[in-house]
Design a protein around this ligand. Structure first.
Ligand code: HEC
Ligand code: HEC
Length: 237
C-alpha cells in the first residue's frame, strides 16, 4: 500500500502540535530557532478550503484515510460538521493529551477561521455519502439491534440518520472502526467530558453503559442499518 505522506503545511502543524504538548523543562530552554513557524492558511482563498486543507486527510471525496484514522465525512450534514469543527477549535473535542487523532484535527480547526470552517462544512455536506460496512455474525447484529432500539434510536432516530434538534450525529455513513473508537473515547471521557459540552456529555453517559462487546454489537448493527435493517420491532415497550 502507498505510504501516506502529509503535505508540507500539515507537517509543520504537526511539529507545532508536538512542541505544544511537550512537558516544559525549565533547565533547558528551547532554542527559538528550532521552533516551527505557525501555519498561516489565511491565504487559502474562498471556495478552496476543502480541497486545499481538508482533502489532505479526509480525501478529495470525503472518503477518509484509515492510515491516519481520519473518518469518512462525505455526506455529513453541514450543521453537524460546523458544530464539531467548532468543538475541536474551542477544545471541547480533541484536547485530551492521549487523543492523538483528535489533536490532529484540533490543530487544523485552530489554524482556520470560523468562516473558513463554515465554508468547508458546506462543502462536506455536498460530498457523496458512504454506508457503514456490514460486519459481524447474525447473533451479534441481533444483540446490536436490541441495544440500538432501546438505547440509541430515541436520539439518533430509527434510521440512524441523526436529528438536528437533538444535535445527534448521523451514524450510518461513518466507518465502523471510527464508530467503535468514538464510543470508547466517550466512555473514557476523552470526548464529551467537559460539563459545558451538554450534547457530548449525553454520549458520555450513554457510552458508560456499554461494554467492549456491546460496542461491537451495536456498531455491527449500525452497519446492518445502513443497508436497510429496521430496529423498531426490537424495541421493548
Ligand atoms: C491532518 C489531518 C486532518 C485534516 C487536514 C483535517 N482533518 Fe478532520 N479529522 C482528522 C482526524 C484524524 C479526525 C478524527 C478525530 C477523532 O478521532 O476524534 C477528524 C475528524 C473530523 C470530523 C469529525 C467527524 C464526526 O463524525 O464527528 C470532522 C467533521 C472533520 N474532521 C472535518 C474536517 C474539515 C471540515 C477539515 C478541513 C477544514 C478537516 N477535517 C481537516 C484529520 C484531519
Ligand atoms: C440522549 C440522546 C442520545 C442517545 C440516547 C444516544 N446518543 Fe449518540 N449522540 C448524541 C449526540 C447529541 C451526539 C453528538 C455529541 C457530540 O457533539 O459529541 C452523539 C454522538 C454519537 C456518536 C459520535 C458520532 C460521530 O460522528 O463522531 C456515536 C458513535 C454515537 N452517538 C452512538 C450512539 C449509540 C451507539 C447510542 C446507543 C447506545 C447512542 N449514541 C445514544 C445523542 C445521543
Amino acid at each position: 500500500m502507498k505510504k501516506f505522506v502529509f503535505p508540507i503545511p500539515v507537517v509543520s502543524l504537526l511539529l507545532l502540535l508536538g512542541s505544544c504538548s511537550e512537558p516544559e523543562n525549565i533547565d533547558s530552554p528551547s532554542s527559538p530557532s528550532t521552533a516551527p513557524e505557525p501555519v498561516d492558511w489565511s491565504s487559502v482563498g474562498q471556495g478552496e478550503v476543502y480541497q486545499k486543507v481538508c482533502s489532505t486527510c479526509h480525501g478529495p471525496e470525503g472518503e477518509g484515510n484509515p492510515q491516519i484514522q481520519s473518518p469518512a465525512i462525505g455526506g455529513l450534514p453541514a450543521w453537524y460538521v460546523k458544530e464539531q469543527t467548532g468543538k475541536f477549535k474551542s477544545g471541547l473535542r480533541g484536547a485530551h493529551p492521549e487523543d492523538t487523532q483528535g489533536q490532529l484535527m484540533r490543530a487544523i480547526a485552530i489554524a482556520l477561521t470560523p468562516q473558513q470552517l463554515d465554508e468547508a462544512a458546506q462543502h462536506v455536506g455536498k460530498l457523496p455519502e458512504r454506508k457503514t460496512e456490514q460486519h459481524g455474525d447474525k447473533a451479534s447484529v441481533d444483540r446490536g439491534r436490541r441495544i440500538f432500539a432501546n438505547e440509541c434510536m430515541q436520539c439518533h432516530r430509527y434510521n440512524g440518520r441523526g436529528e438536528v434538534v437533538f444535535h445527534s450525529a448521523p451514524l450510518t455513513t461513518l466507518d465502523r472502526d471510527y464508530l467503535v473508537r468514538q464510543l470508547k473515547k466517550y466512555r473514557k471521557g476523552w470526548r464529551g467530558n467537559d460539563k459545558s459540552d451538554f450534547y457530548g456529555h449525553k454520549m458520555v453517559e450513554m457510552a458508560g453503559t456499554l461494554t467492549d462487546e456491546s460496542i461491537e454489537d451495536v456498531v455491527n448493527f449500525i452497519g446492518s442499518l445502513a443497508h436497510g435493517d429496521d430496529p423498531r420491532p426490537a424495541a421493548d415497550f
